[in-house]
Design a protein around this ligand. Structure first.
Ligand code: PRP
Length: 186
């Protein structure tokens, strides 16, 4: 497979990603058998993972989408995020799974779980394809996680840098000179 020239190396091939998605789906199918589950995709990064995951699920799935973005570095430590698109329906008394591509500082997930818990779901759990525990700033329980990754800037399979690279079929480490050119002048 040809590596994008802006990438340093492939971290996960499409086959490795598919195996991780299979593993998560098996666990979800065991834990949620017979239930109706409200699967919440967090746009945009989780869209590719979400569409692959839901097609492997054997329980009754309801689709919904949220789009969030952080308010910026000034308020990053507060974890405040802006909801650009909210859920379409109530989640009261529903089993809810938040589907994320990656949990990094944990700030987005902390905000979202608190926000969604205030809507009185029956249960709520986080499912993330990738977890970067070394970057965690606030504790977050990622119950269903596919792969732990090192502290590297990763793109592909939905993940972007400046809205690029989301369509790469693999997950790759972005070259440092692409996202931090000033630091690479020597
Ligand atoms: C990414 C990712 C998570 C969040 C994780 O989203 O999809 O939502 O960052 O970071 P955190 O754990 O430090 O909060 P991003 O804001 O890049 O938007 P995107 O999904 O549209 O790419």
């Amino acid at each position: 497979m040809e590596l994008h020239p802006d990438c340093e190396r492939i971290l996960f091939t499409p086959e490795q990603i598919a195996a991780a998605v299979d593993g998560i789906a098996q666990r979800l199918n065991a834990d949620y058998a017979g239930k109706t589950v409200y699967m919440v995709c967090i746009l945009k990064g989780a869209s590719t993972f979400y569409s692959d995951l839901v097609r492997r699920l054997t329980f009754d799935v309801r689709f919904d989408f949220m789009c969030v973005s952080s308010y910026g570095s000034a308020t990053a430590s507060s974890g405040a995020v802006c909801i650009r698109k909210d859920l379409d329906s109530s989640i009261k008394d529903m089993d809810v799974i938040i589907v994320e591509d990656i949990v990094d500082s944990g700030l987005t997930m902390r905000y979202l779980t608190e926000n969604l818990l205030s809507r009185d779901p029956k249960s709520i759990n986080i499912c993330a394809l990738m977890d970067k525990p070394s970057r965690r700033e606030v504790p977050v329980e990622v119950k269903y996680s596919g792969m732990e990754i090192p502290n590297a800037f990763v793109v592909g399979y939905g993940l972007d840098y400046a809205e690029r690279y989301r369509n790469l079929p693999y997950i790759a480490v972005l070259r440092r000179e692409i996202y931090a050119p000033a630091a690479c002048t020597k």
